[in-house]
Every structure is written in C-alpha cells, then in structure tokens.
Ligand binder design. Structure first.
Ligand code: NAD
Length: 227
C-alpha cells in the first residue's frame, strides 16, 4: 500500500466546534497565547493555565469527530495512512484513525511538571491543583507549550520523508518546526493543502491547493486519490 501522510492543524476540528488559535482577534478563547500556553505563564499563574486547559479538555470531550476526520479514517482502506497532528484533541482516534502521532501533546493526558516523560491518563475532565506525580510535583496538561521542545519532531520528519502523498489540512503553517515538514518530503511525493485560506499561503508551486473547509476538501481529495 502507498503511504499517505496527513498533517493536520486546528482547522480540521473547527467543524466539530473547536475553534483555532489565531481567530480574527488573535486570541485563543479570549486569552493571549503568552498568558496560557508558555512555560512562563505556568510559572506566573498555574491556576489560570490549569483552568484554561480544563475548559479546553471538557470542550474536546464534548466535541464529536466531523466528516473530515471520518473520511481520513476511511482512506485506510486504500492507503497506509499516517496522521501527524498538531491538535491536542483526540478526534482522529475517535473517528477510527489507527496511526496518529501527536506533535503538541494530548489534552486528555497529564504530565509531571518536573519530568515531561511521566505522563498519565486523566480520569474525568479536570486536573486539580494539588494532584501530584509520583515525584511529588504538580500535574500539568500534557501539551507542548510555545518555547518547549517538540519531542516527536524527529519521528514526524521520518514519516514525511517516506510519504508517497503528503496532505496538509487546516494549519496556517506558522508554527515551527512542524511547518517545515512539507519541505522534507521526497521529490516525487504528491503534495496537497486543504484550507479555506490556502490561496494566502506561500508553499512550493507543486502543492495542489484545495481552498475549502476540511469536510468538503477531504471529500474532494478522497475522490481524487481513490478513483
Ligand atoms: P492556526 O490557528 O494557526 O491555523 C488554523 C488554520 O485552520 C488556518 O489556516 C485556517 O485558515 C484554517 N481553518 C479555519 N477553518 C477551517 C476549516 N473549517 N477547515 C479547514 N481549515 C480551517 O492553527 P494551527 O496552525 O493548528 O496552530 C497550532 C496550534 O494550535 C497547535 O499547536 C495546537 O496545539 C493548537 N490548537 C489545537 C486545537 C485542537 O486540538 N483542536 C485547537 C486550537 C489550537
């Protein structure tokens, strides 16, 4: 089977009711990124950061996968599909995708605030202040904040290098190093970009731009690559 690698961002979950980060106001659910999604924010005000992600977590649990997530899972009947996602939600998994690599962590897990390798499943939708890892430090959301290393980047690069088809969906390609993946593919790899704002993004001319929302765009792509 040919390898189809799909790189997704917040845009794929918009039709599930989960907003992207860079809305027109430049805020994420009313907050500046620096106040909720950096190690400094956690140092300054861990309660605020914990509350912010507790709300994101309950929103994710309440959300349902949309047609784009389901169509990508269906493509596993035709291709060896590997999803690489910047999203912290679990909508790809819940739609049935079997191979999902999370670059920026998973909202439904917690991690030690002194050892990022100590990761735990969360029961319920909250991490309470005062719950500790086995080393005795406060548990924090298992997400990669701005300014932190992206531990799965090397694995993602290898996947991109092996792709026969590489599809980018719903990302502004502004978050590095993830945005570089498109440049790591083989010379004969077929490249696609699905995003309603695709026309505004600068990508190599060989990239086929599908300027649609994720559900329509993935449906169109699926026809194109399975017929
Ligand atoms: P971004 O906000 O930079 O870009 C979102 C992109 O989605 C834009 O290009 C926009 O044009 C596009 N878009 C909007 N509506 C769409 C639709 N219906 N269908 C397809 N595309 C649509 O998002 P990003 O580049 O993914 O930002 C990265 C960070 O945001 C990630 O690290 C992630 O951790 C975090 N984040 C995750 C979630 C989530 O897990 N659902 C939500 C918000 C932010």
């Amino acid at each position: 089977m040919k390898k189809l690698v799909v790189f997704t961002g917040a845009g794929i979950s918009v039709e599930s009711g989960l907003p992207t980060f860079r809305g027109t106001d430049g805020l994420w659910e009313g907050h500046r990124i620096e106040d909720v999604a950096t190690p400094e924010a956690w140092q300054r005000n861990p309660e605020l950061v914990q509350r912010f992600y507790n709300k994101r977590r309950s929103d994710c649990i309440a959300a349902l996968p949309n047609k784009a997530h389901y169509k990508l899972a269906e493509l596993q009947n035709h291709y060896d599909v590997q999803i690489i996602t910047q999203n912290i939600d679990d909508l790809h998994e819940r739609a049935g995708s079997n191979k999902v690599l999370h670059l920026h962590g998973q909202i439904r897990k917690s991690q030690s605030s002194i050892n990022p390798n100590l990761i735990y499943n969360i029961t319920g939708d909250k991490i309470e202040m005062g719950t500790f890892c086995e080393l005795g430090s406060q548990l924090r959301p298992h997400v990669v904040w701005f300014g932190e290393a992206v531990p799965n980047m090397e694995e993602a690069s290898k996947m991109a290098q092996q792709a026969d088809l590489f599809v980018v969906i719903g990302t502004s390609l502004q978050v590095y190093p993830a945005a570089n993946l498109i440049y790591e593919t083989k010379p004969d790899c077929k490249l696609f970009l699905i995003d309603p704002n695709a026309d505004q993004y600068t990508v190599p001319p060989v990239v086929v731009k599908i300027a649609e929302k994720a559900s329509r765009g993935v449906n169109y792509l699926a026809k194109l690559i399975t017929e």
